[in-house]
Design a protein around this ligand. Structure first.
Ligand code: AHR
Length: 660
């Protein structure tokens, strides 16, 4: 009797165990390799560049002298003028007015006596970052109205006041000329400054005081900061959108971005105030201007260098609707539309054409092969669509091959967005730009956003997005792991819908740690170094593991869009023959998965697995600890086509499996 009871109990426990084991066995996730869903466009993952947060001047544009042409509203901004008290020498700002409308101001120093009593010092953009043993190239435009001998002694000064580099120039003659000299820095310093001593007697006029590091990207003069370009190149971006962003629109129409004023000789590019100079009371930047040293020619070169399709965004006759909301009357829109036509000629025209010739003279005879243009940035309302329609009519008639990008306003789901979708029904953009600055939860919830979108209309350009840890424009937003992980979850939805989502870019791109206005941002930097945020690594993992075809990856016939906190997408790379899986675990628990590869192809025994993770959702990288969260790659063994895989808590896992 006892034995019988024992047997019964034993059977009961074994039964329970069996049921339990079954309950824990993961439901298979089927990856259908042999029946791809759609192409993944080479443009899929790209870059959004805007001159915000000192992204251009003081950032990627390597010029170290702030207000080099004395054109800031307060012309002495960035400069400290020192004249010994017993010296009657003086420093003046003069204005040439109509004689040089794009660069009217210059400085005049009158030296009365003695040597070494008048100096001017430039503080740079929150200091000048200089590196030991790197060469620095100084230049200045100067003219001497009367015959005299004046020598400029140039000194690089570190924060301790030591001279760590020296050079000199001796301008001659009445005509404006450029004078150059260079030196090697003997020390590294994050916040050095540049001092110029004026020696001799007489008068000297000068302008365009400049200092560039010799180690710019590709060693180009008037070049870009190599570390920042390298971070962009490492993304292997499919496109680069420029120059923004609201900077395209301007606070008012007078401060809108006008590409024609950003090309040609640097000294002829008319400086204007940066729209972000006054935008946020909590982050004022009175010294934020646009010198346009980084102008449209340089943007096209950058795109070419990093293998990205250029995507310029043009002003459509509307200033920022959050600011002045000025409009160009419809019957005066022609010059704006002409700017678009001329831009296409500048980028693609033969060197014999008017604008193609300017490109060629600037050093690029071959066309830049422009394929996309955005009309307006984040515009809304009927005024936008009636202006867009005029651009579309003219551009398409002349250049039918150019893909046009329209906007939908600042939100992805409000009344303005809905009315934009209605207006677009009578228009024909190839791509439509949607923006999402939302809490992390929104990104997780919206991994399904495009699953039921109209397949028979335009394609989607997810042109600006970033999860906001506090709220949009809050200075307390952080690039924390919860935000990045949620973006990764959302991006599996973008990839799954690659048949209609053709372009994607995180925004904004850059932020100077001492000069930012907007956070979060993809890449942060100081004057010497830079680092990728957790969000950067998410973008990089998606972009570097893009593939060419999107695959179905289904559990019980459904994509993983948050079931038990998991998200996933799959792609096939026709060039390498690899299956690429992206899996996001948004939970605090380890998750077991069982993946079944449905394919007639031979699966190779080794695969690579890259994991980006943190146990702390609030963790983020900083300039002091730039790699707190970074991807770790390992090799894994694959046995057959059924793969058991464990996903770490709070992780993005990318697996590349070779096939033949
Ligand atoms: O990315 C920052 C700003 O956000 C962009 O300039 C604008 O388009 C959006 O409102």
């Amino acid at each position: 009797m006892r034995t019988h009871l024992f047997k019964l109990l034993a059977c009961f426990f074994i039964g329970c165990l069996a049921i339990n084991i079954n309950a824990q066995k993961p439901i298979p996730i089927i990856v259908n390799v042999d029946k791809p869903k759609a192409d993944i466009k080479p443009t899929m993952w790209g870059i959004f560049f805007e001159d915000i947060n000192f992204a251009a001047d003081g950032g990627i544009y390597a010029e170290m002298v702030k207000n080099r042409s004395f054109e800031f509203y307060r012309p002495r901004t960035g400069w400290k003028i020192d004249i010994a008290s017993n010296d009657s020498s003086h420093f003046l700002i003069l204005n040439r007015g109509v004689l040089n409308e794009s660069n009217p101001r210059f400085a005049r120093v009158t030296l009365k006596e003695d040597v070494g009593k008048l100096s001017i010092t430039n503080s740079g953009f929150r200091g000048m970052g200089v590196k030991q043993n790197v060469r620095y190239n100084f230049s200045i435009m100067a003219a001497l109205p009367s015959d005299n001998n004046i020598r400029l002694s140039i000194e690089l000064i570190n924060q301790s006041g030591e001279i760590i580099g020296q050079a000199s120039v001796s301008p001659k003659g009445k005509d404006w000329k450029k004078y150059e000299s260079s030196f090697v820095s003997s020390k590294t310093d994050l916040k050095a400054s540049l001092r110029i001593w004026f020696e001799g007697t007489g008068v000297i006029d000068f302008d365009m005081v400049s200092l560039f590091p010799g180690d710019t990207w590709k060693g180009r003069p008037n070049g870009l900061r190599a570390d920042l370009v390298q971070l962009l190149a490492d993304l292997k971006p499919g496109f680069i959108r420029f120059p923004g962003g609201c900077i395209v629109e301007g606070f008012d129409l007078s401060t809108r971005y006008q590409w024609k004023k950003t090309i040609g000789n640097v000294e002829d590019r008319q400086l204007i105030v940066n729209r972000w100079n006054t935008e946020f009371k909590h982050r004022p930047a009175p010294d934020y201007y646009q010198s346009f040293g980084l102008g449209f020619y340089e943007y096209f070169l950058l795109a070419e260098d990093i293998g990205a399709e250029p995507l310029p965004i043009l002003n459509c006759g509307m200033a920022c609707q959050f600011n002045s909301a000025e409009l160009v009357p419809l019957n005066q829109l022609d010059p704006y539309i002409q700017d678009a036509l001329d831009l296409i000629e500048f980028a693609n025209g033969k060197p014999e054409t008017k604008w193609g010739k300017i490109r060629s003279q600037m050093g690029h005879t071959a066309p830049f092969n422009l394929k996309y243009i955005g009309i307006g940035n984040e515009q809304w309302g009927p005024q936008y669509f009636e202006r867009y329609a005029l651009f579309e009519k003219v551009i398409k008639a002349r250049y039918p091959e150019i893909n046009l990008v329209s906007g939908t306003g600042p939100q992805p789901d409000d009344e303005l967005f809905k009315s934009a979708i209605e207006s677009l029904k009578s228009l024909h953009p190839q791509l439509v730009d949607e923006h999402y600055y939302r809490p992390p939860q929104w990104f997780r919830d919206n991994a399904v956003r495009y699953d039921n979108y109209n397949r028979n209309s335009y394609k989607i350009f997810a042109g600006e997005f970033a999860a906001q840890s506090v709220s949009t424009t809050s200075p307390d937003n952080k690039n924390n792991w919860e935000c990045a992980l949620s973006e990764a979850a959302f991006m599996t939805g973008l990839e799954r819908n690659a048949d209609i989502v053709n372009m994607v870019s995180y925004a904004p791109l850059f932020a100077h740690v001492d000069g930012w206005q907007w956070t979060p941002d993809l890449i942060w930097f100081n004057n010497l170094t830079s680092y990728g945020t957790t969000n950067y690594y998410v973008q990089k993992l998606f972009s570097n593991n893009k593939g060419t075809k999107v695959l179905n990856m289904l559990q019980e016939n459904k994509p993983l869009t948050g079931q038990v906190g998991l998200y996933s997408s799959a792609a096939f790379d026709e060039v390498s023959g690899e299956i690429i899986l992206k899996m996001v675990n948004t939970t605090a628990d380890q998750k077991s998965t069982s993946i079944v590869l449905k394919t007639t192809r031979k699966v190779l025994p080794k695969a690579s697995m890259t994991i980006l993770k943190s146990n702390n959702l609030k963790e983020f990288n900083t300039i002091e600890k730039p790699e707190s969260i970074k991807p770790a790659e390992q090799e894994i063994a694959i046995k057959g086509k059924n793969i058991e895989m464990t996903l770490a808590p709070y992780s993005l896992t990318v697996v590349r499996i070779g096939t033949k």
